[in-house]
Design a protein. Sequence first.
Length: 316
Amino acid sequence: MKQTDVQAAAWTKSFESGKFVRKSSEFRDQIETGGTFDVESDRYHLYISHACPWAHRTLITRALLGLEDHITVDVVDWHMNRDGSWSFNSEIEGATADTINGQNSLEGVYNRAFDGWKESQRIGTVPVLWDKKHATIVNNESSEIIRMLDILAQSGLGNGTTLCPPELKDEIDAMIAANYESVNNGVYKSGFARTQSAYDEAVTGLFNRLDELETHLEGRDWLVGAEKGQLTEADICLFPTLVRFDLVYVVHFKCNLRRIIDYPNLQAFIERMLNQPGLRDTCHWDHIKGHYFWSHQSINTYRIIPLGPLEGAHTK
């Protein structure tokens, strides 16, 4: 089965007036009971990077929902190629070969799902949710993938929990949307800005939102829900950005007005997340730090990877 309805997309790092513009996701099919992509155990496969915060969301969700025995995973090498593409290299600790399609690169996986992908000069991104039955990509949009993983869990797979209770769905969606452009993408808009004004606008918006979140979490454990809140997709979508912040973004993306450790409530939020069963095992600090400082040569010309921060200085 080949993907036929592919949305035209710009290159990941296109720029308008010096501002970073993120490319959109092309594959947007859905898992649904009785549909083309039906609910089944061991049918779906994730391609991820441990370095990528968007891919990290899916790995966290898989762990918290107890889907490890139902969804398989392959991990790309953290050394991103010069053109922004990803490769498989099982000799890198924490990375794997492509165990499903036997490809050397993620581009090969995309090309299997869409005839002419290579000729289109687009770059395949992580995460990817692959359907083993039809040999195609279901979806490559992280927020939609984690919602589909919840559907699998609610259909009898996993541990029976949900990260998107129906009564909180609107609140979850609103929180994810409020954090996306200012925080999740805000660090990239700051780091890849090509003019002072674009950087100033992005970093100011980023820290304004972090200030709001610090206030919002006063007396709360989680972002949405009554009283102290309930762990949901909203928390999962924020955490990967925050946990990378002091390790990478403060220096590499010039997000240095403050560190997350300077925000007591945000730092406590990170520690609560890390203490969730199985979540700490999804955090691969060597992949995260190595990828950003090595792969973004336009920012770090000589690929020098900083020694710090000392272990425990950004997470506990």
